[in-house]
Design a protein around this ligand. Structure first.
Ligand code: NAD
Ligand code: UDP
Ligand code: UDP
Length: 312
């Protein structure tokens, strides 16, 4: 049994991770300031004596004795991370710093939830881990992209300078149950709009692409990465290489929900990446043949069922 800290544990991804870690018999401390997360995401875990939920902001120091740290605290959807961009930068940078300081003090292994956004609007396709990215340092998305890039740098330097055992994963677009229905991301927006019979809002011409993985596949990859050989610290891409356009996504969701919603077109936000697809060869090689198992139709059906319960 390990003592594991999950920051951002009351969020979409964090709640699934806490659940899985408890299922494996570990003790879990979940830290969250509830900015975008919600107690309801972990309410079903509160009866478990091995689970502890603490309200805490990672920009402040935190003290606990743990074996592993998963650092997920950070708003992830563009409307949320752009709501208070300075706070987003603080969360990424000071949050990483504090958790690295903690990892150093107690000799814990620490995993950073980085993002495909470090590749910006990529000129290399599909993206491999050795690509440095194409990020606008002063654009609307920079509070998130550059915050995450700085966090990666902090992680690598704590490893080199202080021998902290680090792991960096670059997460590509992930969806599933417990996504916040109003967080403004494309999967939640389209499903909620389809279920309510509202217009489906495509930004731009809908030809931009993304590659979506289901949350269970990501959690499996995260845990394999944390427990991978100490000589491998990443970064490693975790995503589903199945790439499609936002128009195709809208059509899929309309079909699965049997919705009569109409598609409407709205302006494309500034610096919105045109394409994104992970190359996952490194994850496959280093993480015992890890690859996504859940296909889009199955994942969307589960997510639609969840949203039906909470928004209708
Ligand atoms: P989310 O918004 O549901 O979860 C983030 C959690 O962090 C929330 O519970 C929020 O309240 C908490 N939080 C935010 N600021 C905090 C602070 N200062 N102190 C303590 N807690 C704080 O988003 P998510 O999709 O679950 O994302 C989790 C992590 O994964 C984030 O770091 C995100 O950048 C990363 N990620 C997610 C995706 C994706 O597609 N979901 C893709 C790439 C990276
Ligand atoms: N820190 C923390 N918990 C700990 C140890 C450190 O939150 O258990 C914070 C500490 O407050 C500092 C940061 O982590 O702001 C970096 O710590 P480190 O020891 O690397 O740097 P220093 O304190 O020497 O600046
Ligand atoms: N998008 C869209 N309609 C929406 C929300 C998003 O067309 O209602 C587009 C958005 O412009 C982007 C893609 O869908 O091109 C993915 O957006 P999301 O915010 O989910 O993720 P990210 O851009 O961070 O990858």
């Amino acid at each position: 049994m390990k003592k594991i800290l999950v920051t951002g544990g009351a969020g979409f991804l964090g709640s699934h991770l806490c659940e899985r870690l408890l299922k494996e018999g570990n003790e879990v401390i979940c830290l969250d300031n509830y900015f975008t997360g919600n107690k309801k995401n972990v309410i079903h875990l509160l009866d478990n004596p091995l689970f502890e939920l603490i309200r805490h902001d990672v920009t402040e120091p935190f003290y606990a004795e743990v074996d592993q740290i998963y650092n997920l605290a950070c708003p992830a959807s563009p409307p949320h991370y752009q709501y208070n961009p300075i706070k987003t930068i603080k969360t990424s940078v000071l949050g990483a710093l504090n958790m690295l300081g903690l990892a150093k003090r107690v000799n814990a292994k620490i995993l950073q939830a980085s993002t495909s956004e470090v590749y910006g609007d990529p000129e290399v396709h599909p993206q491999t881990e050795d690509y440095w990215g194409n990020v606008n340092p002063i654009g609307l998305r920079s509070c998130y992209d550059e915050g995450k890039r700085c966090a990666e740098s902090l992680f690598v330097n704590y490893k080199d300078q202080n021998d902290v055992k680090i792991k960096i994963i670059r997460i590509f677009n992930t969806y599933g149950t417990r996504m916040n229905p109003y967080d403004g991301r494309v999967v939640s927006n389209f499903i909620v709009q389809a279920l309510k019979g509202e217009n489906i809002t495509i930004y731009g011409n809908g030809k931009q692409t993304r590659s979506f993985q289901y949350v269970d596949d990501l959690v499996e990859g995260m845990i394999r990465m944390m427990n991978s050989d100490d000589s491998f610290s990443g970064p490693v891409n975790l995503g589903n290489p199945n790439e499609f356009t936002m128009l195709e996504l809208a059509e899929n969701i309309l079909k699965l929900t049997k919705s009569k919603s109409k598609i409407v077109y709205q302006p494309l936000p500034q610096d919105d990446p045109m394409q994104r697809q992970p190359n996952i060869s490194l994850a496959y090689e280093k993480l015992n043949g890890w690859k996504p198992e859940v296909d889009l139709k199955d994942g969307l059906e589960k997510t639609i069922k969840y949203f039906e319960q909470i928004v209708l």
